[in-house]
Design a protein around this ligand. Structure first.
Ligand code: COA
Ligand code: AMP
Length: 631
């Protein structure tokens, strides 16, 4: 473990000998067999960590803590304002549930290397399902509940699960989301069919079961024999998490067992300053990478108590919900997305609700998922009087690329900055030709290979796509897809994506996939989807469509159909509520749609007329369509 006294010392220690640095961090994990090589450059697209080592991630999250006397400590507190329940599970109880669910999955034929898709709301059984899958050496793929059947189907077809674990429903404010019909539809659409489903029946909606295929979750667990941990290679996949790429087809990011365990175990103390026995809360969803790393694996690997929250920052029941949870469970560190803070700020700008609760347990607030706008960062830091740390990462990396470090003493508060590179990341801004830019200049934020442990070493069964997507533009580097600056002090300022990915309420979405849906409408000739600035969600999608010649229908009618189509095909999470019919789209002379220019117009920014534009008048038409006035 690093005993460095300062960030500079830790970073210098790491860069001097990365393999030795990570090998010394790996002592926090219990290994069934020590690795042969801390880093093997010959494996995968750029190499792999802890090659030859063997471990079981579930053992490291549960069994060893029980063996070491933490059996009676709370492992997971489920706080669900959606159902009015709070339930605490000790490490011993979590282990007992997980062993039995592993037994039930094994009885359905799941073994090492098999895939299990988990499509569940924020219930403890979702975490138990992830851990039980890991226990068997199998590979889980959790799909976020806000995706529609078609998106779920794509993931099922790609991951080819033997079993799917689901629940009868999720709960959204004012709405019960019935999962089972969505899942049945997804399976019907998928070329791959699972052998079996385990269905957790929730009282808010009873799922209809298909005899022979569907099994009741509780009954299967009750009937199962506890199953032990199956050791796997450190380089074997723990999970696949699908995330938006620039096309309609999501990317299956693979996370391996060894690197994930070492990186997350280390990050809990180095970045977040939280250790065994302390209470930690990530307000996200297990369907996102933040949920994988910091609702489930990170805190449990470290022996912390993790809070799992089924609710919203506002409306469940009020903008004091987060402060209530912190006070009630004595949360030491909260991790959430800036959009949650903006939602609270919007409803309670004076912070009156925060003043009703004893927040003395809270040491710090960490934010990620999108850049935190400085006014929100300042507002919440003044409200809480505690450090607020914005840190930058992505599904692919699995943990922070840049951050502040509680182990070394936090950097001065710089609203808008994502902190400095974590030991493990040699980060630089490159120009479009792949040359390193001087500090302070904006470029393509890129990480010199190899990536550290914990980062996705490949895409599911697709090394070639991994290389093409991340490694081919700048040989020797991983391209993050974000533009930004590393300034003269080493502070990193992330400016936004350089591709077609947008961030809506901290949710990563592809405008390309929305365009595919719009283009499939019978009346649409061509379209563009852009992410426009939004006060609450950071960005929201706007769809601009040109109708086919001769289509003479009310524009509002077509727009409503397009909104419904995106919700049906991608899901409510796309938050696609704004479609507009335009006479044409601004294009270059070679026919490329000028999306970046359209986005600038939507955001009210100065949009220079691109020299390659086909007809500058198209920009004024776009200004009119977006209601920002003609320049
Ligand atoms: N299952 C089904 N539907 C879901 C869902 C789920 N798990 N999660 C969200 N949805 C639905 C919402 O109900 C909403 O539907 P609607 O169009 O019928 O209202 C839609 O998807 C869009 O959701 P969202 O963008 O989250 O908007 P919201 O208005 O419901 O909530 C916030 C806004 C800011 C309160 C909410 O986004 C939030 O709490 N964010 C916290 C940050 C977070 O979790 N980030 C994840 C990455 S760290
Ligand atoms: P996801 O894979 O869903 O975690 O989304 C990753 C993307 O979200 C990154 O590539 C960034 O564009 C954006 N992002 C996440 N965290 C931050 C942050 N702290 N600052 C700026 N952008 C962020």
């Amino acid at each position: 473990m690093t005993n460095a006294q300062s960030y500079d010392e830790a970073y210098a220690d790491w860069i001097r000998d990365p393999a030795a640095w990570w090998a010394s961090e790996a002592y926090g994990i219990t290994w069934d067999k020590k690795w042969d090589k801390a880093f093997d450059p010959g494996m995968g697209p750029y190499g792999q960590w802890f090659a030859g080592g063997m471990l079981n991630t579930c053992y490291n999250c549960l069994d060893r803590h029980v063996e070491n006397g933490r059996g009676e400590q709370a492992a997971l507190i489920w706080d669900s304002p959606m159902t009015g329940q709070v339930k605490t599970f000790t490490y011993a109880e979590m282990l007992a549930r997980t062993e039995k669910l592993a037994g039930a999955l094994a009885a359905l034929g799941v073994g090492k290397g098999d895939r299990v898709v988990i499509y569940m709301p924020m219930v403890p059984e979702a975490a138990v399902a992830m851990l039980a899958t890991a226990r068997l050496g199998a590979i889980h793929s959790v799909v976020f509940g806000g995706f529609a059947a078609a998106e779920l189907s794509t993931r099922i077809a790609d991951a080819k699960p033997k079993v799917i674990v689901t629940a009868s429903c999720g709960l959204e404010p004012g709405r019960v989301v019935k999962y089972k019909p969505l899942l049945d539809a997804a399976i019907a659409m998928s070329s791959h069919k699972p052998d079996a489903l385990l269905v957790l029946q929730r009282p808010q909606a009873e799922a209809t079961m298909i005899a022979g295929r569907d099994h009741d979750f509780e009954a299967a667990v009750a009937a199962a024999a506890p199953h032990g941990c199956v050791p796997v290679l450190a380089t074997d996949p723990l999970y696949i998490l699908y995330t938006s790429g620039t096309t309609g087809k999501p990317k299956g990011v693979v996370r391996d067992n060894g690197g994930n365990a070492v990186a997350l175990w280390n990050s809990m103390r180095m970045i977040y300053g939280v250790d065994a026995g302390e209470v930690w809360w990530t307000a996200s969803d297990v369907g996102w990478v933040v949920g994988h790393s910091y609702i489930v694996y990170g805190p449990l690997l470290r022996g912390c108590t993790t809070v799992m929250y089924e609710g919203k920052p506002v409306g469940t029941p009020d903008p004091g919900a987060f402060w209530r949870v912190i006070a009630q469970h004595k949360v030491k560190v909260l991790f959430t997305a800036p959009t949650a803070m903006r939602a609270i700020k919007q409803q309670d700008p004076e912070g009156t609700f925060a003043k009703k609760y004893d927040l003395s347990s809270l040491d710090a607030l960490f934010l990620a998922g999108e850049r935190c706008d400085p006014p929100t960062a300042v507002w919440v830091s003044e409200l809480l009087g505690k450090p607020v740390v914005d840190h930058w990462w992505q599904t692919e990396t699995g943990w922070a690329i840049t951050a502040g470090f509680r182990q070394f003493g936090l950097f001065p508060f710089l609203p808008g900055s994502g902190g400095r590179p974590c030991p493990g990341y040699d980060l630089h801004a490159l120009d479009d030709a792949g040359q390193e830019l001087p500090r302070g200049e904006t470029g393509n934020l890129s990480i010199r290979l190899p990536l550290p442990p914990g980062c996705g070493p490949t895409l599911w069964q697709d090394d070639a796509n991994y290389k093409r997507s991340y490694l081919s533009d700048f040989p020797g580097w991983y391209r993050t897809g974000d533009a930004g600056i590393v300034d003269k002090n080493g502070d990193v300022w992330v400016m936004g994506r350089t591709d077609d990915i947008i961030n809506v309420a901290g949710h990563r979405l592809s405008t390309g996939s929305m365009e595919e849906v719009l283009a499939a409408h019978k009346d649409v000739a061509e379209c563009a989807v852009i992410g426009a600035k939004d006060e609450l969600k950071g960005q929201t999608p706007i769809g601009l469509v040109v109708l086919k010649a001769g289509v003479d229908r009310p524009h509002a009618e077509v727009a409503a159909e397009l909104v419904a189509l995106v919700r049906e095909r991608i899901g409510p999470v796309a938050a696609f509520k704004d479609a507009r019919v335009v006479p044409r789209l601004p294009k270059t002379r070679s026919g490329k749609i000028l999306r970046a220019t359209i986005r600038k117009i939507a955001d009210g920014e100065e949009a220079a007329v691109p020299p390659t534009i086909e007809d500058p008048a198209a920009l004024d038409e776009m200004r009119a369509a977006l209601g920002v006035g003609v320049a």
